[in-house]
Ligand binder design. Structure first.
Ligand SMILES: [Zn+2]
Length: 71
C-alpha cells in the first residue's frame, strides 16, 4: 500500500475535528493530548480490530509522503 493509499484508508476510518480525532463509525473522540493511549470506541464494528493508535498511524503515514523539507 502506497503512502497515499494509506492516507485514503486512514481517512475512511478517522477524521480530525479541532484537536480531536474521531472514529467515523461510532463518533468516539480522542484528544491529541491522549495520542499515546489506545483509542476507545463505542459500539462499533471497528472495535474488534484490536488495540488502535490512530494518531500514531496518521503521524507515520504523513511522514511517508514525499513532502519537500525546503521550498
Ligand atoms: Zn468506532
Amino acid at each position: 500500500m502506497t503512502p497515499a493509499e494509506k492516507l485514503i484508508d486512514w481517512t475512511a476510518r478517522w477524521t480530525l475535528l479541532g484537536n480531536h480525532l474521531l472514529c467515523t463509525e461510532c463518533m468516539a473522540a480522542q484528544p491529541a493530548r491522549d495520542a499515546d493511549q489506545p483509542f476507545a470506541h463505542g459500539q462499533c464494528r471497528l472495535a474488534p480490530a484490536g488495540i488502535q493508535y490512530p494518531w500514531s498511524d496518521l503521524w507515520k503515514t504523513l511522514n511517508e509522503l514525499p513532502v519537500p523539507l525546503n521550498d
